[in-house]
Design a protein around this ligand. Structure first.
Ligand SMILES: Nc1ncnc2c1ncn2[C@@H]1O[C@H](COP(=O)(O)OP(=O)(O)OP(=O)(O)O)[C@@H](O)[C@H]1O
Length: 347
């Protein structure tokens, strides 16, 4: 069931169209990630949902009730929406207990009990309640910010790059913990992030914004494997792009004939493979069978490595990133095999 509906939302700042006719449906209890390059309109969309800005045009509804109809809007404090920003925005002069308590009604008899319960919800030790924000780590501060937002029992939680200040390990752990907490609380969540891996792993639905427009929205796996266009493909991860000739259910390309969902496309098309679909095995110098290539560059990066090969048939270079123990020497001859279908772009 759709919980939040955005229909045709547009917002201009002077000459800049920050959002241009964006429509998106967010199912109840789900997690949606909004991604896009810097300036693509992510924060503007979040601010429209929160009620900090009014759209110039478009309609927003939450659980069937209208939040905004063009410039006529329900004010932010009457929306029941939580908002957690990049820096957490805790009050520095208040204790952790007071920060969390800020989200609770005054005069509640069980206030202290609720604050402790919220600390546990975000997996923090209540022994920290009398500390001030600067006496907590960045990850702990983010959890307090989340606890403060959860205290208001929001129907919808908006997270604006809340993990970006954390280093990689802590970032992943915090992200997983936050996803689990929000899931357990049944709170519908929208996350804005620059980080495509974060978006793909956090969300049930990913929405890609490009210059104020919605480029594509869908399940993470669907978007990664079947992006509408090359820009979305490259935004979501590394991609091997090349020309091909499409038939019914296949494409002929520099890697040979590959299975492909050609959905009505015939003749010259642009195709995409994700690098992890391409496997290579070393072969003897005289070998002739299959799609052969020569290794021209090897980049070692710990768990991830990139091997650039040049096809023997036409010299085309492919950069194949991935994990693996094989680190073939430069100059080695390899045979390439493709796992799974090639993707044919719509555009
Ligand atoms: N208050 C404002 N006044 C004028 N222009 C604005 C304002 N807020 C946003 N913009 C412009 O609208 C566009 C979208 O901005 P927005 O902050 O939504 O992008 P973003 O995708 O969140 O970017 P980033 O990833 O860099 O935070 C940008 O061109 C920005 O300069």
């Amino acid at each position: 069931m759709t919980f939040l509906t955005i229909e045709g939302a547009s917002k201009r700042y002077g000459a800049v169209a920050a959002l241009d006719d964006v429509s998106l449906a967010v199912p109840a209890g789900s997690r949606t990630a909004i991604v896009g390059a810097s300036g693509s309109g992510k924060t503007t969309l979040l601010r429209l949902i929160a009620g900090f800005e009014a759209p110039d045009a478009g309609r927003l509804t939450l659980d069937g009730a209208v939040l905004a109809d063009g410039p006529a809007i329900v004010p932010a404090h009457r929306r029941g929406i939580g908002f957690v920003t990049q820096d957490g925005a805790l009050f520095p002069h208040l204790t952790i207990a007071q920060n969390i308590g800020f989200g609770l009604e005054r005069g509640l008899a069980d206030r202290a009990v609720r604050i402790e319960a919220l600390m546990r919800t975000v997996d923090l030790d209540p022994a920290m309640l009398e500390r001030r924000p600067h006496q907590l780590s960045g990850g702990q501060q983010q959890r307090v910010a989340l606890a403060r937002a959860l205290a208001r029992q929001p129907r919808l939680m908006l997270l604006d790059e809340p993990f970006s200040a954390l280093d990689t390990g802590l970032r992943e752990a915090t992200r997983k913990a936050v996803a689990a907490m929000l899931e357990a609380a049944g709170v519908t969540t929208i996350l804005v992030t620059h980080d495509q891996t974060e978006a793909l792993s956090f969300a049930h639905q990913v929405a890609v914004l490009s210059e104020g427009r919605l480029a594509q929205a869908g399940a993470p796996h669907e978007l990664y494997r079947r992006p509408h266009d090359r820009r979305t493909a490259l935004f979501l991860g590394e991609a091997v792009l090349m020309k091909g000739q499409a038939g019914v259910g296949w494409v002929d390309c520099a890697l040979g004939r590959l299975p492909a969902g050609t959905h009505g496309h015939r003749g010259e098309v642009e195709i995409m493979l994700r690098p992890e679909q391409i496997r290579f095995t070393p072969v003897e110098e005289g070998a002739e069978q299959g799609c052969l290539a020569r290794v021209v560059e090897v980049e070692f990066g710990g768990a991830l490595r990139a091997v650039t090969v040049a096809l023997i048939s036409n010299g085309m270079k492919l950069r194949i990133t991935g994990t693996g123990l094989e680190l073939p020497p430069t100059g080695a001859r390899v045979r390439l095999n493709v796992a799974g279908p090639a993707h044919v772009f719509d555009a």
